[in-house]
Design a protein around this ligand. Structure first.
Ligand SMILES: Cc1ncc(COP(=O)(O)O)c(C=O)c1O
Length: 417
């Protein structure tokens, strides 16, 4: 089929069968391209145009696209048994649970597997209620924990919450990085505090160093559990295997997803301390999932953990992130009228712009030049950079040089206003 025809037919099907507004948005942002194949840090569209993937599927493609070791593990499992009988023992799931106990901080031990980030959060919230017997959950404003009813009740963005009210009862939100507000909100009725160690969708917000240790202390004092939502920050993204480690804290429950499946399979998990699991040990079928823990996804996750270890991706994220942020800061220093701040840890980087409109211009320029980036969902002033952790210096330098040029142009436009 002719390439133009593929694009127009895909647009038409989006309009007719998915959502016309989405098709319009793609057109508006200059994204008239259909993804076709991907490898490492590159994506190719049906026209053969090659893009550096600087968004990494919002943190999914940490080991790159189609990492051969992950693909091989999935192919092998596919030829054996992709989904579980649910009757016999599932070895890939058992191996993965043991591997997660090994790589997660402190004494986190038992894992439950679902198929997405929001499912990991749902399970963590349920576990907190069933373990503590308490009704309430304290979350943070500007947070993102997913869009199913429970996770959405924790999510701190009215735009996504309001149309679906009433959400679950017992949820309150306090400003992120505000210890006093949290102290006031958490009490003997609080089952858990749920927090992203670094807010992702909220605009890559890095808290003060003392914040998470203080959250841990408040939880310990009141008997509330601490849930760290590491769906986006986990699996090496921030230069530690889990971002909680930057702050030397161990949560009671840790949620992970996105990069866990190596960019090949969807999978999510929550992992908890042994003492918290007791209700599920008494009643192991209280929380279940048909597809969760399927051998195919677990094989992908096991291979992913091995790739992260053997290719030193945690260290590489820290090194490449420091290099990237330093280069971006040089651009920010040259053009303060365009860039307000560059922030992040490892390869979870946000560029905060001085005005909303500039984001669309920069995105269009970058995409034109073959670099994929995006806004954060909660904050259109922030361009997010979350490339595969395997990204080369050469690719980073290309991104920096294209961005520098585009920011220079944006600067001229702003000066002319
Ligand atoms: C921190 C965090 N938690 C939960 C989720 C929800 O994950 P999913 O979209 O896989 O349901 C996301 C997704 O962006 C996330 O960033």
């Amino acid at each position: 089929m002719d390439q133009e025809q593929i694009i127009s037919e895909t647009f038409e099907k989006y309009e007719q069968y998915i959502n016309p507004a989405m098709a319009k948005l793609f057109r508006f942002m200059g994204l008239a391209a259909v993804e076709h194949e991907a490898s490492g840090e590159y994506i190719c569209d049906t026209n053969g145009k090659k893009y550096i993937d600087c968004l990494g599927g919002y943190g999914v493609f940490s080991v790159g696209h189609r990492h051969p070791f992950v693909v091989e593990a999935v192919k092998k499992q596919m030829d054996l048994m992709p989904l579980s009988s649910k009757v016999l023992l599932n070895k890939p799931m058992a191996d993965l649970a043991a591997a997660l106990a090994n790589i997660t901080p402190g004494d986190l031990r038992y894992s439950f597997f679902g198929n997405s980030g929001t499912e990991a959060v749902e399970g963590a919230l349920k576990l907190a209620r069933v373990h503590t017997g308490r009704p309430n959950i304290v979350s943070t404003t500007n947070s993102f924990h997913g869009k199913t009813m429970g996770a959405l009740s924790a999510t701190g963005r009215e735009l996504f919450r309001q149309p679906f009210q009433p959400l679950l009862s017992g949820f309150t939100h306090v400003p992120f990085n505000d210890i006093d507000a949290l102290k006031k909100a958490v009490n003997e009725l609080t089952a858990a505090v749920i927090v992203e160690p670094i807010q992702g969708e909220g605009g890559i917000i890095v808290p003060d160093d003392g914040y998470l240790p203080a959250v841990r202390e408040i939880c310990d004092k009141t008997g509330a559990l601490l849930i760290c939502d590491e769906v986006q920050t986990g699996m090496g993204r921030t230069g530690k295997m889990f971002a909680s480690e930057h702050y030397q804290i161990v949560p009671d429950i840790l949620c992970t997803a996105k990069a866990l499946g190596g960019g090949v399979m969807p999978i999510g998990a929550f992992t908890a301390r042994a003492a918290i699991w007791e209700q599920y040990i008494t009643s192991p079928f209280l929380h279940t999932s048909t597809f969760g823990g399927n051998p195919l996804a677990c094989a992908a996750a096991l291979a992913t953990i091995e790739v992260i270890r053997s290719e030193r991706l945690v260290d590489r994220a820290a090194e490449s992130g420091a290099y990237f942020i330093a280069k971006l800061n040089e651009i920010a220093a040259r053009y303060p009228a365009v860039i307000k701040e560059v922030r992040g840890k490892g390869l979870m980087i946000g560029i905060e712009l001085t005005r909303e409109g500039v984001g669309g211009f920069l995105m269009a320029e970058l995409i034109n030049a073959g670099i994929l980036v995006a806004y954060t969902l909660n904050n259109p002033k922030v361009i997010r950079i979350e490339p595969p952790l395997i990204i080369t210096r050469e690719a980073i330098d290309t991104v920096v040089s294209v961005l520098s040029e585009a920011v220079g142009q944006a600067n001229e436009i702003i000066e002319d206003l």
